[in-house]
Design a protein around this ligand. Sequence first.
Ligand code: HEM
Length: 537
Amino acid sequence: ARIGAENILRGAGGETHQGAGGEVPVLTTQQGTPVADDQNSLKAGPRGPTLLEDFHFREKIFHFDHERIPERVVHARGYGAHGFFELTESLSDVTRADVLQRPGERVPAFVRFSTVAGSKGSFDLARDVRGFAVKLYTKEGNWDIVGNNIPVFFIQDAIKFPDVIHSVKPEPDREFPQAQSAHDNFWDFISLSPESINMALWTMSDRALPRSFRFMEGFGVHTFRLVNAAGQSRFVKFHWKPKMGLQSVVWNEAVKINGADPDFHRRDLWNAIGSGNFPEWELGVQLFDDDFADSFDFDVLDATKLIPEELVPVRRVGRLVLDRVVDNFFAETEQVAFCTQNIVPGVDFTNDLLLQGRNFSYLDTQIKRLGGPNFTHIPINAPKCPFHHFQQDGHMAMHNPKGRANYEPNSWGGAQGGPREDAARGFTTFPAQEGGAKTRVRSELFGDHYSQARQFYLSQTTIEQVHIQQAFTFELSKVETLAIRQRMVGHLIHVDQGLAAAVAQGLGLDGLPEAPAPARPVLDGLPPSPALSILKN
Ligand code: HEM
């Protein structure tokens, strides 16, 4: 408030001017031309009309007119912060990734948390999955772990992503409901896609109403590979474990908080970091080999399944600390571009059908969202290690090749010749054996849609189970089509009879509907996983 206060001037119409002087810089146009009057446009006489000649006025308005960029097609509402990742235990036995070699070493990090379904202006405490996207600026380039706070996903194959997202977003004719999964289209899709039942259980649980971003777990969801210097590969699942544990609010609180403070989560993160309570997570890895993967009843490439932590314990190998808020929300949080294909040597993909699709989708959407192929030139997206390539031109190009060469091989030596490849240090793909006839058929190992949903439900404490019953009852009560309600309750019979009965009663259904025939037998007696219950943590 002090700045400029000593320089207050009054214009002819009584309007306030704050003049430059002392530490207050001169206002300029984008071209750097000093501005004498920012209160009045140039006019032909004191009563106008406004003159087209007023380049300052035109520049100011035209720039304002172009301030908006498309919001993300999903995860539009988000909040980010800076920090660092520090390795606490070397993983050099299983990966050559430089960032996972030397305990004690830190790299900068940027994290964006988000809801999935709501628009950029929606509220924080919607019942929804939360995005947990991490960018690690390593010495070997940017490594993005673009995860969620739930370890499984709605669909197995990326070709279904537009469908699941269309179904959860506002319906195309009426453009509601906003930021709510409580409507016919969503539950119609879910009830017709049994692969989504496990995720549906998770999203009806307390996990979908986090107390704050600081009390959330994060999961890379997919099975990735780690590859060591000898070229050996292990499968890996990535986890972020919050130092403060898990906490959720209950639905009654969420509804009130959304009304009173739609910015509840972003305010919490801003205030926590501002007051020195830096949120912290441990990086955990679940490592397993091909034999172990083959021993499961389900396919580890199926993103609707998790690997139970009692079968493969989570090894904690690092910590992620968020200690700095952004200087500018748009420049950093809105323009940051995460992508699952941003990996480093020593990390690799698997054939997970969802991951393969994501690797295409993020870059594609970001080229549109951020206005062309040069969004890696935006500081938040640029690597913090040296980088050299021959990509050039395009809108907003900031780093064109230097010197004569913009191709290789070339005959120009030294600086003129530009960068060269390096077989030893460069990224090499793990030479997994692939083959088989082209087909759209999905492996039958992807066919058990209920066992893990059942395991999840049974792992919950009684009150958490009641919350799940109430969430299904509330959400399905917003569904107008009786057949969709019945179809959903039919699926729940395979998860747990008591759950199905409670929801059927809550909805006033006339008894239990018929359960659909499961594609594979529902496994009983899976160990309830203590790691899944929030209250036991
Ligand atoms: C955005 C996670 C599946 C397409 C995001 C974001 C997260 C995320 C965290 C927000 C990134 C940010 O903060 O900027 C996930 C997870 C998935 C999944 C964990 C499944 C395991 C998919 C699939 C597709 C997809 C299957 C498409 C085939 C997108 C797109 C964006 C996005 C287009 C917007 C990116 C942008 O505009 O910057 N996802 N997603 N996602 N996701 Fe996914």
